[in-house]
Ligand binder design. Sequence first.
Ligand code: GLC
Length: 663
Amino acid sequence: MIKKYVYGKPFETDAVIANVECAEEKPALGEVDTKDGFLFTYTLFPKDVVYGLGEASRGINKRGYCYVSSCADEPNHTEDKRALYAAHNFIVVAGEKNFGIFVDYPAKLTFDIGYTRMDTMTVSCEEANLYLYVIEGDTPYDIVKQFRKIIGKSYIPPKFAFGFGQSRWGYRTKDDFRKVAEEHRKYNIPLDMIYMDIDYMDSFKDFTLHKENFSDFSGFVQEMKDQHVRLVPIIDAGVKVEKDYDVYEEGVKNRYFCQCEDGSDFTAAVWPGYTHFPDVLNPEARKWFGDHYKFLIDQGIEGFWNDMNEPAIFYSREGMAQLKELMKKYLEMGEERMDFFELKDAMLKVADSPKDYASFYHQTEAGRIRHDKVHNLFGYNMTRAAGEAFERIEPDKRILMFSRSSYIGMHRYGGIWTGDNKSWWSHILLELKMMPSLNMCGFLYAGADVGGFGADTTRDLVLRWTALGVFTPLFRNHSAMGTRRQECYQFENPEDFAHVVQVRYRLIPYLYSEYMKAAISDDMYFKPLAFVYPEDSFAAQVEDQLMIGNEIMIAPVYTQNALGRYVYLPEEMKFVKFMPDGTICEEVLDAGHHYVEVALNEVPLFIRKGKTIPLAQAAQSVAALDTKNLEMLGYEGAEYVLYEDDGIHKDYENPANLRTLRN
Ligand code: GLC
């Protein structure tokens, strides 16, 4: 049962697309106070668990901390971070009472989930202009499914996007890309995508190509495709301010950029230097920006990643002017007397400053609106610009798209990656915990930078992380310029990496099938154990194991030097290990606690009692997979309904896509 309450004059975010009638009465659960902004208060019972919030720090159970929805370019994903790149305002309280709430409000929103007082949850924001959805159901899983129904279908990428992708900030020339492809093929490490970071562009200008490095780009795109490798370029939010650059000139001429109060185009420095932001909340400007993706699609490109779209601001003209003033003051003061920490603080605060976000405007269907009041919708609408354009440019074809920043609603247009994580063991675990929460909010095509983006990685970390990446729909190794190289072939015994990535390809028939079933029926691909075993009180406490689809459970190793790990089995399961020699070890384990050994070059998974999954032979690309001759793994006599389509078109509901396989 879903009830919608309206407070004040909400901004229409289009997060919810189903028609939900507005309720007249007050919510029966919790107290709402609108005297001073908006405040929702609920008293938590001791054993209540709180799920949701999508991309956020900490656990699957969000209880015990304070989280803020305010999309931020935040490269330090430490436990104390209250806001990351996304704003996913959906939570589910499970326990004494089961209910979910979605607060459709596009500015800063705070979820204090037992932080100020351990028994109290508050959701608050500055202005009481919002829609509050309250969803009641028997179980948290049921509540999630009801919510997913009203926000519309999750994005479905092409099938090649379930392959492995290699990325690194710093690939510049055709030869850099050729080498990545060659090395993967040389060591039999399967590969379907190589990502192009900002250096492919001419001076970081969106929808341009570096002239010397990428002459005959379409020829090069084809050369890579002939090897079953797709190039996937990045698109940044900021459009470089440069005379005679067509995107800049068109935007200025048509008033398609976000503007300051005085009507001038707002200027912010990002990678290209000074840029203007396309006003993606203005439907006309959104169409204009989206249509520019055609420049690359026409050259054979079939996928993109949208970046810096919180939007990230290194500094604005105004911010820089103020900083200069401050520095001048200090220099005049003399080194002895200056407050070094004040200066340092001022320098750090110049990026992503609330003052800048409150100094430009969008021209929306509801009139002119200041950016900070709709801040969390920028990444969503940049990706929507692309998604809507893809429908016009290639209506029958799926195009790969994922974004850094997002709001619920964007899940219909693209997936997400979880931004600039680090090569830390704790970030393997963080990814594992984020995945089911993202699924609750509609984001199914998701994954983190495998191996870690920032900081120097280690071989064992990349192997363990890759073994988790085997199961995430988006499976991409990505790292920052200046960090230790971490492509699979950079380490000793690349055959170990080849084996782990090959296991992904062996599992693609199953993983793709489960993804598609989840997307088609508004279900989750990754589930917390508690969603599958609601009667098992211990399962609700397990945060480092996940259920995938209907058949399997994963329990990745995320500790350095560990030879294995403890796992909890809510029921009897078949423990399966993909061994580096290509064989598979299978052992039936009883319900309960076990220690399982898992070497660095092995991939473990658990098949639920009475279930079976299909398995292909390893292949070097998705296109080379033989999905007609599948083996079955798991319990004998069991059946599995496989979903399979051509992976290109959108004929999802065709009954011919389903076939029953028997073990
Ligand atoms: C941002 C992105 C990262 C990318 C870098 C350079 O930090 O999050 O993935 O590599 O910008 O474009």
